[in-house]
Design a binder for this molecule. Sequence first.
Ligand SMILES: Cc1ncc(COP(=O)(O)O)c(C=O)c1O
Length: 433
Amino acid sequence: MTNQELKEEDLKYIFHPCTQMKDHEKLPLISIKKAYGVYLEDFEGNRYIDAISSWWVNTLGHSNKFINEKIKAQLDNLEHILLAGFTHEPAVKLAKKLVELTPNGLDKVFFADNGSSGIEVALKMAFHYHANKGEKREYFVSLENSYHGETIGALSVSDMGLYKDVYNPILIKTLRAKSPKSQTKEEAKIALLDMENLLKEKHKNIVAIIVEPLIQCAGNMNMYHSDYLVGLRELCDLYDVFLIADEVAVGFGRTGKLFACEWAEITPDFMILSKGLTAGYLPLSVVMMKQKIYDAFYCEYDTKGVKSFLHSHSYTGNPLSCTAALAGIEFLENENVIENNKKTIRFIQEQLKRLESFPTVTNIRQQGMVCAFDIVGYKSEDRIGIKFYEYALKMGVILRPLGNVIYFMPPYIITQEEIEKVFDTIVKSLKNL
Ligand SMILES: Cc1ncc(COP(=O)(O)O)c(C=O)c1O
C-alpha cells in the first residue's frame, strides 16, 4: 500500500478513538511505518519524537530489543490460553514479582486487559466485598477533575463533562470531593477537609474512594502534594472506607518512584496498574489487592454466584502481555532506570526554566518524568492547543495538548539532546503562535 492509499483506506474503514472524524477532512492522518527508541517514522522517512509516550504507555522506548526478544521467544511456546482452571509461567512469575514490588500488603493479583477494565474490576470487587460482609453500600467517591477511563463504571467515577455528560442517565451513583488544585501542602489540607466532611456525613453508604495518586493526568496534568495521600489513607482507615489507587498512568516510574503511592508511603486497598505495566507493548492490567479482600470471596462453591467474584475477560493474563511486563520490569531493574531517571528529571527541570519569561506561559509544574504548563491569553475559539500541536509536529515533535495545557511525558530512555530538541520546539512554537 502507498502512503496515500493507506490514509484513504483508513478513513474509509476506521472510526478512530477520541476523534471527531470530520476533523480529518482538514487534518491529515499521519501513517507511521516504524518506531524505535523515542522516534516514530512516517512513510516519507520523517522522524517524530514521541514526547507523550504514545498516550503515556511507552515507558522504555519503541522496539526495545530486550523486550522484543522475550516476546518472540514466548510466542513460539504459548500465545494464549484461558486463565480460569489453567495457569502458565508468565502469569505466575508476573503476579509474584508485582506482589514483591508494590507497597507492602498488596498480596493478591487479579488480571484484566486494559486500564478501564481494571477500574471496573476494582469497583465491582469493592462493592461486592461489602455485600459479602452483609452491608449495603451504594456510592463511590472520586475527585473533581478526575479521569479513570471510559467504560460505564470508570466514566461514572470520572469528572470529565466532555466525555461523560451525554451518558449521565446511564451512569452509576457517585459522589465528588474537592481535588487539591496545586502542589502546595495548603491545597492538600483544603481538599482533605472537604473529604472529611463528606465522609463524616455519608461514610456508612460509601463503598470506596478512588484517586489518581499525585497527578490527575487527563485532568490537565493537575499535580498535587503527597500529603493529600497520607491524609486520605488516614481518613479511609478512620471511616472504614476502601482506598483505590488508580496508578494506570502514573505507575512504573512516571512520578520518579516506581509507584506514586511510595511518595506518601501508603498502601491502598486496591491498586490498578496498566499502561507502563507492559512498557507500552501489549494490553494488560492488574488489580492488586489486600489479602482480606481476596478472603471475603473465598468460600464453598455457591451455585447462585452470590459470594464468588464471577468476573472475566477473554484475554485475562495473556502470556505474551505478561511476558512483555516481566521483560519491562527486568529492563527497569537491570538498567537501573528509576535511579538514572533522577538525572533526566533534573535536566527537564533546568529546561523548564527556559519557559519562565514567556507572558503566555503559566503554572509550570513537574512531577518526576512529567511536566506541564498552561498557555494563557487566548480565546477558546483560537484552539491554541491544536495550533501548538501542528507547529510542533512540523518540527518533528509529537506534543498532544490537553486544551491549553502543554505537557511532556517522554519514554525514560530519552537523551538530554532529545529533551533539548523538544524544548527548542516548545520555545519556537511559543514565539510563533
Ligand atoms: C488514570 C487513568 N485511569 C484509567 C485509564 C483508562 O485506561 P485505558 O485507556 O487503558 O482504558 C486512563 C487512561 O488514560 C488513565 O489515565
